[in-house]
Design a protein around this ligand. Structure first.
Ligand code: B16
Ligand code: MG
Length: 212
């Protein structure tokens, strides 16, 4: 066993909610007449809800008050949560499920480190509601990635030191957060190209070899 604890980002690592975020943000953007497409949506990966809205509003020709922005973000979140009802345990791949089970058998403690305030709902929908030893998410942090808070809290919840934990991420800002917190990082997708990633992953199952 190489790492005593493994902390997983949720969206883009354990499961994929991009299409639901996209649909909900697109409905909001259409309503206020702001251009939005899938390329812009890709910039929202791993970014907090309010920071995502600010990115979308870069194309707006008017300014919005903080109160209006909070109303818009709440509206988007309502639509998003309704769409999440479509998720089922079938949205968890066999590869992810089997790899998580193997990592647990290695003796490691497993946690979630997600920016999302909907992490617990998503975990419940995909059948992992009770699976992790700890869940650190958007509800217990005040600073979003690339700040390391979400992972530092995750390690604290596990009772482990960051240097004994691995963080698994799909977003570049997530690897920045891991490095800033003193964690080794494993990157999948775009995060595999980060210059400071300890383990670039080709597939999620590569984690089994790394953990030994
Ligand atoms: P919510 P992660 C992130 O989750 C998503 O990647 C990002 O697209 C989203 O805006 C953010 O959570 C906040 O989500 O609106 O549900 O609080 O990748 O850190 O698991
Ligand atoms: Mg992610």
């Amino acid at each position: 066993m190489r790492y005593q604890g493994i902390i997983f980002d949720l969206d883009g690592v354990i499961c994929f909610t991009d299409k639901y975020h996209y649909k909900a943000w697109k409905a909001l953007a259409d309503e206020i007449g702001v251009y939005f497409d899938e390329t812009i949506n890709n910039r929202l990966r791993g970014v907090s809800r309010m920071a995502s809205l600010d990115i979308i509003l870069e194309r707006s020709d008017r300014e919005y008050s903080q109160e209006e922005k909070e109303q818009m973000a709440a509206k988007k979140n309502g639509m998003y949560r309704e769409l999440l009802e479509q998720m089922t345990p079938a949205d968890l791949s066999d590869e992810v499920r089997e790899t998580l089970d193997a990592l647990r058998l290695s003796g490691a403690k497993l946690a979630i480190g997600s920016s999302s305030k909907n992490a617990k709902l998503i975990l419940n929908r995909i059948g992992l509601g009770e699976y992790f030893d700890a869940v650190s998410d958007g509800t217990n942090i005040t600073h979003s990635k690339p700040h390391p808070e979400v992972f530092l809290k995750g390690a604290e919840f596990l009772g482990l030191d960051p240097k004994d934990c691995l963080v698994v991420e799909d977003a570049l800002a997530g690897i920045d957060a891991a490095v800033a917190g003193g964690f080794d990082g494993a990157g999948i997708g775009e995060a595999a190209t980060h210059e400071k990633v300890t383990w670039p992953l080709k597939t999620f199952a590569d984690l089994k070899e790394i953990q030994g």
